[in-house]
Design a protein. Structure first.
Length: 246
């Protein structure tokens, strides 16, 4: 009788492990895929060379001294951010698009350090969307002396970003149905003196990338191209002003 009960417990335990594994596998693979239009960006455009590196993609444009490392949003295919970053690369900001383990940035929060150790740039900036932005902010809080600034796309920090020579830009859409605005407001107390917040009228959560609609998000009232154009313009202005501060 004892052996029967023992065997039943073992079977139940194995089944539980299997169910947890299956649920985890389903969760990490249930991602938002890039739109079909992304294929063209993988080949590079407008004097940009896109190279696959061990931790993602490297967008090498005409710039030489400034680079940005980008953390994708949770469960979003990394290539969905190629259109946005390609526009930055065209304007002289080389970009590193990080591919996160299981498409979850909290599993690769420190990947920026590896990039910064492997490449030589005078100015380094960090950016990220949603969870990717939160993890970028967490990394930045520990490396303020090595970075020039941070661009948060529909994201907020949980740790202090205060430093005399550090810039932070926060951008979000007025139709964002996912971003917790109370936490955005709370995050303001963690910002440095050089902090700018921009609310894109008509923009939503998903249109920072090219991966279609996102659950619980609101419908945007402007095009994806317009939202990304305003985002690129704001980032470029932040970089320009932060360089002038030196």
């Amino acid at each position: 009788m004892k052996n029967i009960l023992k065997n039943k417990k073992v079977i139940v335990f194995i089944l539980m492990i299997f169910l947890v594994f299956a649920a985890t596998l389903w969760y990490v693979n249930d991602i938002y895929h890039s739109n079909d239009s992304i294929e063209g960006y993988l080949k590079g455009k407008d004097f940009i060379t896109v190279t696959e590196i061990s931790d993602g993609l490297y967008l090498d444009g005409p710039g030489e001294d400034t680079a940005m490392i980008f953390y994708p949003g949770a469960k979003v295919e990394d290539t969905a951010y190629l259109p946005l970053l390609s526009e930055l690369a065209v304007k002289g900001i080389d970009c590193f698009l990080i591919k996160m383990p299981c498409n979850l940035a909290f599993l690769g929060q420190n990947k920026a350090e590896k990039i910064m150790d492997a490449y030589e740039y005078t100015h380094w900036y960090l950016s990220g969307h949603s969870l990717g932005g939160a993890m970028a902010a967490s990394f930045a809080s520990k490396h303020l002396e090595s970075l020039d600034g941070l661009a948060l796309l529909a994201a907020y920090p949980t740790k202090s970003l205060k430093a005399d020579s550090f810039s932070v830009l926060s951008i979000y859409g007025s139709k964002d149905g996912i971003l917790n605005m109370e936490k955005v407001q709370d995050g303001r107390r963690r910002m440095p003196a050089d902090y700018t917040e921009i609310r894109i009228e008509g923009g939503n959560h998903a249109q920072f990338g090219d991966y279609g609609e996102q659950k619980k998000d609101h419908a945007a009232q402007i095009s994806r191209e317009e939202q990304q154009k305003q985002t690129v313009d704001a980032i470029l202005k932040m970089i320009e002003l932060s360089c002038e501060m030196e």
